[in-house]
Design a protein around this ligand. Structure first.
Ligand SMILES: [Zn+2]
Length: 210
């Protein structure tokens, strides 16, 4: 008991295993330092099985998830569930930036075709060029002539628009119709956060990329 003793001036840091988890969680999007601390101390108190299940889920995520060789979406089996589903309309491919965007479009229930994930957008500022996106894979899927329309569902911001324009020019020689989601999506917002009705409407009123 050091009550009344002069303070050493330096607050004591948490034990290294605690500090390590706080730091790892803090790196996750949307997790600030306070949340990282809260989650860490929650796991410290949680039953052993719960903490182990979380760790195991993270390991399996990295070990078992691959990219679908057709649409480039994340999947455990190749081809993925959408690409191998005979009910999907094979004449349309909806092009998105990230796998998460597919979840948003599926939730809207307004789309029944196939997808293609670019895994990014053209962004000179961040040094991302067309060669960094899954564009060769997209072109390869259009070669057999079965696909009649490509819907560009990149985000309604500068990079998303530039990417849509680039892809439409790239595909022009192939004679495929290229459309863009209708306006109405909040500009600058991510597809991921659009509500289902807005997204379904944007799909329904899609327009030719000029
Ligand atoms: Zn697929």
């Amino acid at each position: 008991m050091n009550e009344g003793a002069p303070s050493s001036g330096r607050p004591s840091a948490p034990a290294p295993p605690i500090a390590r988890l706080i730091e790892a969680l803090h790196k996750l999007p949307g997790i600030g330092p306070k949340s990282a601390q809260r989650l860490t101390y929650y796991l410290l108190r949680a039953p052993e099985a719960e903490a182990r299940a979380l760790a195991q889920a993270v390991i399996e995520l990295k070990e078992k998830i691959i990219l679908c060789s057709l649409c480039q979406n994340v999947t455990e089996v190749d081809p993925c569930g959408v690409c191998s589903d005979p009910q999907r309309d094979r004449s349309t491919i909806c092009v998105v930036e990230e796998p998460l965007d597919i979840l948003a479009l599926e939730r809207s229930r307004g789309y029944h075709g196939l997808y293609h994930v670019l895994h990014g957008t053209i962004s000179p500022m961040e040094g991302v060029g067309p060669e960094d996106l899954k564009l060769d894979e997209l072109v390869a899927r259009l070669r057999n002539g079965a696909v009649q329309e490509v819907i560009m569902a990149t985000n309604p911001n500068l990079e998303g628009e530039a990417t849509a324009m680039y892809v439409s020019r790239l595909l022009a020689p192939l004679g495929v119709r290229v459309t863009r989601l209708a306006r109405g999506l909040p500009t600058g917002a991510d597809l991921e956060y659009a509500d289902d009705v807005t997204l379904a409407r944007a799909l329904e009123h899609r327009q030719e990329v000029s």
